[in-house]
Design a protein around this ligand. Sequence first.
Ligand code: ATP
Length: 376
Amino acid sequence: MKPLTGMVRQASAANMAAMGSYQSRSVSLTAANIPMARYGGRHTVTMMPGDGIGPEMMSYVKEVYKHAGAPVDFELVTLDPNTDNYDDLYNAIASVKRNGCGIKGNIETQMNRPDIKSRNVEMRNELDLYVNRIHCQSQSGIKTRHDDIDVVIMRQNTEGEYAMLEHESVGGVVESLKIITEESTERLCRYSFEWARANGRKKVTLVHKANIMKITDGMFMQVAKRVSQDYPELEHDNMIIDNCCMQLVSNPWQFDVMILTNLYGTIVTNLICGLIGGPGVISGANVGPRYAVFEPATRNTGNSLAGMNKANPCAMLNASADLLDHLNLDYHAKLIRDAVHTTVNVDKIHTEDLHGQATSIDVVQNVLNHIKAATK
Ligand code: ATP
């Protein structure tokens, strides 16, 4: 561990200087520094429905934006999960680069084709969306084992265990590379601490497995410790991932902001979303220095629910409100978020995943009724 500590410290000053240019851009979700497409005063945003329930969720987003009067046009980009090439994908990436931001459903990856990369991962990498930020907050109208959970997950979104570098070195022996860079870890940590400070949070917990992955997770942990020194008002601790999972189910209130590697991040995201209502409620933001893409927090495809009018639309509607925040359309964002919040927590119009009997359309109609009432 010692030589690594030295290496990390030596590289620190240079990296901090190099990071200066993107810190300010990456910390805030405002679009101030990003040249957005705004034809005739309207924003153009890339819409990628993906597979499963994605297309129907996007139709609800369009309906809700229309009623909220959000000045946004969508550039619809479809991706075929069955193609052998990445033409669709690079077309989608070019569209997000042109427009500055997008909203997406999950794009299926064929499990039986190791030569085909995950399009979701490739897109995050190509757009340098290095943080997946998810605010997991209990909903008072959803009955769960624990109340009052309020945790923000900052997941590394472009490297780590998702490097997609796997091979069979000799027959029967397979290897998978976990790539952690000091630069990406530092910007993730800095983004997280800055966000915690700007949003009045108290504690940042780094989650790791450095007792086993001493070099990779060891560096992840050391960089966070170093960055934390610039934020003396924030408590900083770290926790091993397995204990973290146990603590989350027994005492989730001890967590505030969490920083995790890519794989631990997705596991913990699913765990916490499960604690507060499942896959249909919470949204997540993928953020980088230039671009941002919004989607449901747990990134499910929901194949078996597709076309059945049963899926919970709230996660995608909340993602659409996050997108409006990103565009500085605060009024429209609040209109939609409040309407979804009231539908879930006051009116308690719940789909089956929340043990209710409402259809997707019942939920959307209720959201639209609130928007209509608020804009009369
Ligand atoms: P499925 O099991 O529906 O075929 P899948 O195998 O692709 O989907 P995921 O997409 O990972 O699985 O979804 C995990 C679980 O969460 C599934 O049971 C799915 O039906 C459920 N789910 C996903 N999204 C929603 C949603 N918006 N509303 C309700 N349930 C959902």
